[in-house]
Design a protein around this ligand. Structure first.
Ligand code: GLC
Ligand code: MG
Length: 424
């Protein structure tokens, strides 16, 4: 697991998705999430770990990924901490399954819960091997929990009940839950010599409570946190200075917490208005790529000034014989590509147009040369496309990075009917 990390991760973020990473109500343009994404790719991707821990099962998680600009996490924990999977191909953790099987009998739980008319079964996709999920009226939670736990105890089954979002009632295998899954992950990382230097848990509702009980883990409850989580906090953790209730919503609350606990950089490149003035530390060429594609978004949205200062400075950082290989296979000079960009100034003005980068990773194979690989996403309206992009940079001592070569291929997730409007 996590082969790309050669030393302990600097930061591990373990975040819930719905109403924590993703704001379903107050941010139709996903600006907070996009701010987080840029910060993560710019400053953390190369030496840190991103973990999503959601109540959704994998099917519903994949659906959300299609709807929202979510980054690709290193680890995905689904179904309220009952399923753990690693990497892009989501390799399941079978060992975790073994642990959950202890004193668990799904059939008995199904039989007993079906006797409660207060419990309405949720959709088929959310019923999982170690999780049964229902909807319930808030006023019935106490009584049902009491009665059901007595019955299950008699039948020798160990379970855990979780009430979330004011109406969801999950029955999990005792060893499951977001907290236990996190504890398991931390233990596993420790065994591999990769225990994160800092870990930050982020959540908004009842099923996130456990995340805030794991030792040595910072916690942020986003400003829009649900009543049941805030009640738990008031009763159990209000003196714990390692947990904060952010004043900002969702992903902005996470950025706020990074700053509050001093876990590393907390200035998202999206909050920097003039890139020309922001001189990079010249250590990570991934930064150049994140910055460029943000500029590209702003250029086409017509949000930066239409002046040649920008394009000239960009051209100056491209090697004179640098080549851009378009996903269609066509080749152009890099400098020409930048010139062409000039024509597209403001063509997406007033449109729902966003660009974001995912999995930006730089490798330095030979001294002075870097290969940066990333997924570049572009969304116009409801249509989105992704290109796997490879950039070769060179840098001489004391000078900036030079773009030598850019190559793009359509990612598997992208269906292309017409690639003529893809510029770079
Ligand atoms: C997610 C799941 C649902 C669960 C809820 C609370 O919404 O889809 O099954 O009940 O989280 O944990
Ligand atoms: Mg949530």
């Amino acid at each position: 697991m996590m082969e790309r990390l050669t030393s302990p991760p600097r930061l591990m973020i373990v975040s819930d998705l719905d109403e924590t990473m993703v704001d379903h109500h107050k941010d139709p343009e996903n600006l907070a999430l996009l701010r987080f994404n840029s910060l993560w790719e710019d400053a953390y991707r190369h030496d840190s770990l991103l973990v999503f821990s959601t109540g959704r099962a994998q099917t519903m998680y994949k659906k959300l990924r299609k709807e929202k600009p979510l980054l690709t996490p290193d680890v995905i924990i689904t179904s309220v901490g009952t399923e753990i999977a690693y990497g892009n191909s989501m390799v399941p953790d079978d060992n975790w399954v073994e642990i959950l099987n202890k004193k668990w009998d799904r059939g008995i739980v199904q039989e007993e819960t079906s006797k409660f008319p207060e419990l309405t079964l949720q959709g088929e996709t959310e019923q999982r091997p170690h999780k049964l999920s229902f909807n319930i009226d808030k006023s019935k939670v106490k009584a049902v929990t009491k009665e059901l736990s007595q019955r299950l105890e008699k039948r020798g089954v160990d379970v855990k009940f979780i009430f979330s979002g004011g109406n969801a009632f999950d029955v999990l295998a005792k060893g499951g839950g977001k907290g236990q899954a996190l504890a398991y992950l931390l233990k596993k990382l420790k065994t591999e010599g990769k225990l994160p230097i800092n870990t930050l848990a982020c959540g908004d509702s009842g099923n996130d409570t456990e995340l805030f009980t794991i030792p040595n883990v910072y916690g942020v409850m986003v400003s829009n946190a649900q009543e049941e989580l805030l009640e738990w906090y008031a009763e159990n953790a209000k003196d714990n200075s390692n947990i904060i209730h952010a004043s900002e919503r969702c992903a902005s609350g996470i950025i706020q917490a990074i700053g509050h606990f001093k876990l590393g950089p907390n200035l998202s490149p999206r909050d920097v208005s003039d890139f020309l003035e922001c001189k990079a530390d010249n250590v990570n060429p991934g930064h150049e790529v994140v910055k460029f594609f943000l500029f590209y978004e702003r250029w086409r949205r017509g949000e930066v000034e239409n002046c040649t200062t920008y394009t000239s400075s960009l051209k100056a950082s491209c090697h004179p014989s640098g080549v851009f290989v378009h996903p269609s296979g066509a080749e152009k000079s890099l400098r020409e590509t930048i010139d062409e960009l000039g024509k597209y100034y403001g063509d997406k003005k007033g449109k729902k147009f966003r660009v974001w980068t995912d999995q930006v990773l730089a490798t330095d194979t030979t001294p002075g040369t870097w290969i940066v690989k990333l997924d570049k996403w572009e969304q116009t309206g409801d249509e989105r496309k992704c290109c796997t992009t490879t950039v070769k940079f060179t840098s001489k001592e004391g000078e900036g990075f030079v773009w030598e070569h850019v190559q793009q291929i359509w990612s598997e997730e992208t269906e292309i009917k017409d690639d003529s409007n893809w510029i770079i």
